[in-house]
Design a binder for this molecule. Structure first.
Ligand SMILES: N[C@@H](CCC(=O)N[C@@H](CS)C(=O)NCC(=O)O)C(=O)O
Length: 222
């Protein structure tokens, strides 16, 4: 009898998407339980020590922190997404953490209070993309070549922000990094990535960005 898996989710959370992508890549059924992070219910704070999504309930036992959830799923369910070699695996884990740092920089970007901060934070992100350009397998389609891995699941939700930024006229993100662009395009087409969010995600993200009161919000309104 397979374990019952419940992914406690927030509609816009990129860390939740990582776990949803890995679950879909594993081909296992799972249930979504949605939570409003602006009004956390008691059942949620009881199972999430840091008050954050995602939490994966495995036979009702909570596993928290997205990287831990992805690693747990990879250790317990086929097919293996991490490389078999320990040194390669360590390298992939480093790039997973890099993905979390890029998410922090994305947050800094869309909350930038003025034009100067927005520009400085854009340049910081472009520098991260240049580092990725040098690190990834130029042949693609995935980060490490032909095998889709957890690093891919980590970066797919990162790139989703840039689809929305580009859609609102904030363009040119990948002009200097063609391999990162190709990687992001391949990720956007992958079924596990598409299904990690609900169809209204782009609209919800737009509303969320507009409501930040930031320089980007003002440019979106203009
Ligand atoms: N390090 C955590 C980060 C998760 C995280 O930041 N989740 C956000 C939503 S995307 C959250 O739950 N924030 C609510 C809060 O901090 O109160 C992970 O990788 O799971």
């Amino acid at each position: 009898m397979p374990d019952t898996l419940v992914l406690v989710s927030h509609a816009l959370c990129p860390y939740v998407q990582r776990a949803a992508i890995v679950l879909r890549e594993k081909g296992v059924p799972f249930e979504r339980r949605w939570v409003d992070l602006a009004d956390k219910p008691a059942w949620f704070t009881a199972i999430s020590p840091l008050g954050k999504t995602p939490v994966l309930l495995v036979r009702d036992e909570p596993v928290f922190e997205s990287a831990v959830i992805c690693e747990y799923l990879d250790e317990t369910l086929a097919p293996r997404l991490h490389p078999a070699d320990a040194l390669e695996r360590a390298w992939h884990r480093g790039w997973m953490e890099f993905g979390s740092q890029v998410l922090n920089s994305v947050w800094a970007y869309y909350t930038a209070p003025d034009a100067a901060a927005l520009q400085a934070r854009r340049e910081a992100l472009l520098q991260r993309f240049a580092q990725l350009e040098a690190a990834l397998d130029a042949q693609g389609p995935w980060f490490a070549g032909e095998a889709f891995g957890i690093v891919d699941a980590v970066f797919a939700p990162v790139f989703r922000y840039f689809d929305t930024f580009e859609a609102v006229g904030d363009t040119g993100w990948f002009d200097a990094t063609p391999h990162v662009r190709a990687w992001s395009v391949a990720l956007a087409q992958r079924a596990s990535v598409r299904e990690a969010v609900s169809p209204d995600y782009p609209q919800r993200l737009r509303e969320f960005l507009l409501a930040r009161g930031s320089e980007l919000s003002r440019r979106m309104q203009a």
